[in-house]
Unconditional design. Structure first.
Length: 253
């Protein structure tokens, strides 16, 4: 593949995802780190991306540091699809924990219409509102400090509260997932809640729509672990699935 062809493919990945890692590009194109570094330097000089440690990000930084546009109908369809997939791992009577975020709300809507008996622990006010009136559901809301942008609760009070529980399954909704960098999010306080949810659970499910894979955000939750189950939508590129399969990472779509 010519350098110009690689640059076109890299630009497409960054325009779709906001960022890309050097390790992913090396595997994708089967070239050396020096080749990818030259490509990224060339593209940075052209002003189409910005290099960062371990990869590159879009020059339009809001794609890297803020949430996707909640009015994006395609995104809502992806979130509904992966929420339905995640619900297949839930059984009536389960005790589960649900993270915060727009996809968490979509997942809660699926839980409400699919199941008759569940215990759900959450720090998300959106999830709480979606489930609190459902007969047969026991909904437990964490205490803590209010975080307006996520409409969720966080802080040491939330962590201490969660320490008193054990769940069979936790459903986490991170901002980004990368083989090179790991699972990450934009807010360190809420990332601490996500970490606690993984600690109190027998099984952890990572839900992320396809544009979030092979991107990274500011705060690392943990490495990509093969004992987690990763759920996404059918738009996920085949090249990404192959990379994760090489690492023994289970995908559901």
């Amino acid at each position: 593949m010519l350098a110009t062809e690689r640059e076109t493919a890299i630009l497409k990945l960054i325009s779709e995802n906001g960022s890309v890692t050097t390790a992913y590009l090396m595997e994708l194109f089967d070239v050396s780190v020096e080749t990818i570094r030259r490509d990224l330097i060339s593209m940075e000089q052209k002003g189409v991306l910005s290099r960062v440690h371990g990869g590159a990000v879009s020059t339009d930084m809001h794609k890297y540091s803020s949430f996707p546009d909640k009015t994006d109908e395609h995104q809502r369809l992806r979130e509904a699809e992966l929420s339905r997939s995640a619900a297949t791992f839930v059984k009536n009577g389960d005790i589960i924990a649900v993270d915060a975020g727009s996809c968490a709300k979509a997942f809660a809507d699926v839980l409400r219409t699919t199941f008759s008996r569940l215990t759900v622990i959450t720090h998300s006010l959106d999830v709480f509102e979606a489930l609190r009136e459902k007969d047969g559901f026991n909904v437990i809301l964490c205490g803590g400090q209010y975080f307006k942008r996520r409409n969720a609760l966080f802080g040491s009070a939330s962590i201490d509260f969660l320490d008193g529980f054990h769940v069979s399954k936790s459903f986490i909704f991170p901002y980004a997932v990368s083989l090179d960098y790991g699972i990450s999010d934009t807010d360190d306080e809420l990332c601490m809640i996500q970490k606690k949810l993984t600690e109190i659970s027998d099984k952890v499910f990572i839900l992320a729509d396809s544009p979030r894979f092979e991107t990274k955000s500011f705060v690392k939750l943990c490495s990509v672990r093969p004992d987690f189950i990763y759920i996404t939508d059918s738009d996920i590129p085949e090249s990404v699935l192959k990379l994760y399969a090489k690492r023994g990472i289970p995908f559901v779509k």
